[in-house]
Design a protein around this ligand. Structure first.
Ligand code: EPS
Length: 363
């Protein structure tokens, strides 16, 4: 399997399977001198982890990260940073029953079609377990962006199934609940909905929005390395993502030009339908990306499927699963935003000298 590396100058190569002995990543191109330690990464990993509430998978991984290289006396050296996490709560026997079948709606089928030999334990490489290392690498990228350029990134749950949660955004409330819901009044409704869903054995989709603030104007490489191109690819690479929008996204279909265009005044832009990106280059406004997560496919409710011989079977998935993977997705989307922005910042710096050349400005 190839293409496990992300980025052009700040690159992250992840490896490992859900029920293998360990998962890990190698980060290359990280600027030297950045203070980082395992405790800081561990703290970020806990926001994404399973088992934080009854609404997610009950697998209890320790997620203790070991920094094997690239950090000396507490600071990055500019050499490859290697991170490793041992898998401590694997239960491959849960997957014995689906060894010879494919979960409808799951990567099981296409992995088999493509590679012919698949690690069926927890979906192997296709498991959301892989996103752990994205979050770990994202901590390093986000820290550099904030310390050196004042760029901050925050995401939230915008919708879970039929429940819209983004009508009121209280940025301080997001980390006070396990859903990353920005409207604290909506949390009881989410709890009730998820309790009923879990009892029914079904799953549901979600929408996550991520905002990056203080992004300087000028990031993005037209025409094939546009900032929005790379953000869309980054978000779409997260397990279960089926749609990505930048700014107004698909709402632009119904808008008139007079509504969509973000007028400019000497005080700045009047709106942000563009999501902070014009012609593939950051405008200095907030960069806003939103994405849709499909309902997870590992269900205990039987579904029609086929086995390896193409014979009809009834597929039932046992084990510890997320009835809504979107609940844990906010830190992953934030991490992908950080990885893309740092990669683009370094790419801009490589061609255009100082990043000071791209202080936020409108003209
Ligand atoms: C996942 C299924 C469950 C989740 C897992 C993602 O795994 P398992 O059945 O192997 O226990 O627990 O998530 C994680 C382990 C994690 O760290 O995010 C899936 O099908 O994607």
């Amino acid at each position: 399997m190839s293409h496990n590396r992300f980025g052009k100058l700040f690159t992250v190569t992840t490896w490992g399977e859900s029920h293998g002995p360990a998962i890990g990543c190698v980060i290359d191109g990280c600027p030297p001198g950045l203070a980082i330690d395992a405790a800081e990464i561990g703290q970020a990993l806990r926001r994404r982890a399973t088992g934080r509430s009854r609404h997610t998978s009950q697998r209890r991984e320790k997620d203790e990260v070991q920094i094997l290289s690239g950090v000396f006396e507490g600071k990055t050296t500019g050499t490859p940073i290697s991170l490793l996490i041992e898998n401590t709560d694997t239960r491959p026997r849960d997957y014995e029953a689906i060894k010879r079948t494919f979960r409808p709606g799951h990567a099981d089928y296409t992995y088999h079609q493509k590679y012919g030999h698949r690690d069926y334990r927890g979906g192997g490489r296709s498991s959301a377990r892989e996103t752990t290392m994205r979050v770990a690498a994202g901590v390093i990228a986000a820290k550099y962006l904030e310390q050196q350029h004042g760029i901050t990134i925050q995401g939230y749950l915008a919708q879970l199934g039929p429940i819209r949660t983004d009508k009121r955004i209280d940025w301080d409330a997001i980390d006070q609940n396990v859903f990353f819901c920005p409207d604290p009044d909506k949390v009881p409704e989410l709890e009730d909905y998820m309790d009923a869903l879990r009892k029914s054995g079904d799953s549901v989709g979600a929408r996550i929005t991520v905002v990056a603030r203080q992004v300087p104007a000028g990031l993005g490489e037209p025409v094939y390395g546009k900032l929005d191109t790379d953000l869309a690819a980054a978000m779409m690479s997260i397990n279960a993502v089926k749609g990505v929008e930048i700014g107004a996204g698909f709402a632009a279909v119904e808008q008139k030009g007079t509504e969509h265009r973000d007028e400019m005044t000497p005080d700045g832009f009047v709106g942000n339908h563009a999501g902070g990106i014009l012609g593939g280059i950051s405008s200095g406004q907030e960069v806003v990306v939103s994405m849709a997560f499909k309902p997870t496919s590992s269900l205990r409710l039987p579904a029609r499927g086929i086995d390896l011989d193409g014979q009809p079977v009834s597929v039932v998935t046992k084990g510890r699963h997320d009835p809504c993977v979107g609940i844990r997705a906010t830190p992953i989307a934030e991490a992908m935003m950080a990885l893309v922005l740092l990669d683009h910042l370094l790419r801009h710096r490589a061609q255009n000298l100082g990043v000071g050349d791209v202080e936020p400005k409108i003209i």
